[in-house]
Design a binder for this molecule. Structure first.
Ligand SMILES: O=C(O)CCC(=O)C(=O)O
Ligand SMILES: [Fe+2]
Length: 271
């Protein structure tokens, strides 16, 4: 992605709380992700969680990085990550990576803000920034994510289960919706005859806790095979050479055989 384009998307997230990167993902990758997810769902007999938030007719597969090399292409994608790095900062992290397949008959998900469990006065600078990859077309009829533009600047999160006017973030297969973690939104009802499939690629700032515990969820031998940027995004580095260290070593130094001499914040401060 060109820097001017990234800057436009970053400005849109600041202004409206969301942006859509059209045709962001190569069609071959979209097809391969669809095939791989469907195969995994069948082989592991993944079924809906059956609660009002995760859905009664929605199949979610969590912790995708543990379930196939193909998924490693998602967090580092060149048409999405630069926008996230601009909204958060370059030391951001993967918060969670899952698929969300909304089947016909699903009802609307309660409107919420993805950062609403964090007790910080609103509005605030973004420390969560999430994206939804459209693996099928997203339409109002099939359950496109519903959003309420501008609500990332509201002074509160929505009341859970409340009735709010929202618009569908319609987009073509291969496009990606990116939003500020305070934006009010929710999955749509699927009134069509076909499944709506998305990948929820969620990021957070490097100074807050990741929603899915990547250090527990990913086998170390697998993480050793990841490219270095992906290892950092999983939380095997530190934030500002401080947060996440242990005995002044990064998780990568402790667990992945990282041999570079990485300075701690106190070494860098001099004196
Ligand atoms: O499936 C969707 O469109 C949105 C899901 C969502 O917002 C969530 O689960 O937090
Ligand atoms: Fe959400």
């Amino acid at each position: 992605m060109r820097k001017e384009d990234a800057d436009k998307h970053i400005a849109a997230v600041a202004d409206k709380g969301y942006t859509i990167v059209e045709n962001a993902i190569e069609p071959d990758l979209i097809d391969a992700l669809n095939d791989t997810l469907l195969r995994f769902e069948r082989e592991h007999n993944v079924v809906p969680a059956k609660n009002g938030f995760e859905g009664h007719h929605t199949v979610r597969i969590y912790n995708l990085l543990a379930h196939g090399k193909l998924f490693e292409k998602i967090p580092v994608h060149e048409n999405v990550l630069p926008v996230i790095e601009g909204v958060l900062d370059p030391e951001c992290l993967i918060s969670s990576l899952s698929s969300i397949s909304i089947d016909p008959g699903e009802k609307v998900q309660p409107i919420h803000a993805d950062d609403q469990v964090m007790p910080v006065a609103k509005p605030h600078a973004p420390f969560v920034c999430n994206s939804m990859w459209a693996l099928t077309d997203f339409t109002e009829e099939n359950g496109a994510t519903r959003i309420i533009p501008g609500t990332h600047l509201a002074d509160a999160s929505p009341v859970y289960g409340g009735d709010y006017e929202s618009i569908p973030a319609e987009m073509k297969k291969g496009s990606v919706l990116i939003w500020h973690g305070s934006l009010w939104h929710g999955g749509g009802a699927n009134r069509s005859a076909k499944r709506r499939v998305g990948v929820a690629m969620n990021y957070c700032a490097g100074y807050i806790r990741q929603q899915e515990n990547q250090q527990l969820g990913l086998p170390i031998e697998l993480v050793k095979t990841f490219e270095p940027r992906l290892q950092e995004l999983c939380g095997f580095g530190t934030y500002r050479a401080l947060i996440g260290h242990i005995d002044k070593k990064t998780p990568a130094q402790r667990l992945l055989g990282e041999t570079r001499d990485i300075k701690s914040i106190w070494d860098l401060a001099g004196g």
